[in-house]
Design a binder for this molecule. Structure first.
Ligand SMILES: [Zn+2]
Length: 200
């Protein structure tokens, strides 16, 4: 018979925390213990923030970003360059570019990359909406996708879809790690990669 050392609620909390990236069961137990010990200054504010996020955060129907409004704050910002859309795989990439403050344009989040082996075809990504958006005043679509085989085949697919529409399609300078590694790039490297972008 399995002996349990804690109640169902605590086990459930640990099991849920263990599903977060970078947290195994051991770290999840530590995190749960910290939360339960610091009820007033950590557990309760975190629970409130989580339930508020679950209630208010929505996906932007224009670009695929997340925000409390749709279209999102970025899509609604008239000071941004309305002629350039920077395409990224994940919201984390958008956040990294925003933190570096090197873009100042609009974004489009695909929600991943093409991966036929995993059954991820174009219909599973936010590509159709990108094609709809790629009309004047938009002049250029910059593909800031992963430097992986999947990222590059996704870039080629999108280039084909946008062909003949009179929109310039560009990509970042070669050799720049993008995507998961974008977070590790300094502002100068990102700015240089964007400045030295080239045609697909
Ligand atoms: Zn948006």
């Amino acid at each position: 018979m399995n002996r349990k050392s804690s109640g169902t609620e605590i086990e459930r909390l640990i099991a849920l925390l263990a599903r977060l990236p970078g947290l195994g069961h051991r770290s999840a137990r530590k995190a749960a213990l910290t939360l339960l010990k610091r009820r007033a200054d950590l557990l309760e504010p975190l629970a409130a923030a989580l339930s508020e996020a679950a209630a208010k955060i929505v996906e932007c129907q224009t670009c695929g970003n997340i925000d409390t409004v749709t279209p999102c704050t970025i899509c609604q910002d008239p000071r941004r360059d309305q002629a350039l859309i920077v395409v990224v795989e994940e919201i984390g990439d958008l956040w990294a570019l925003e933190r570096a403050g090197v873009v100042g344009a609009l974004y489009h989040v695909l929600g991943g990359h093409l991966s036929p082996l995993d059954g991820i075809g174009p219909d599973r990504l936010n590509i159709a909406r990108l094609v709809e958006r790629a009309v004047p005043p938009v002049k250029e679509v910059l593909l800031a996708l992963n430097a992986t085989v999947e990222g590059q085949s996704t870039a080629h697919y999108i280039t084909e879809q946008l062909q003949g529409g009179g929109i310039a399609v560009t990509r970042l300078a070669q050799g720049v790690p993008i995507g998961g590694e974008l977070d590790y790039l300094d502002e100068g490297t990102l700015a240089a990669a964007i400045k030295s972008r080239r045609a697909m």
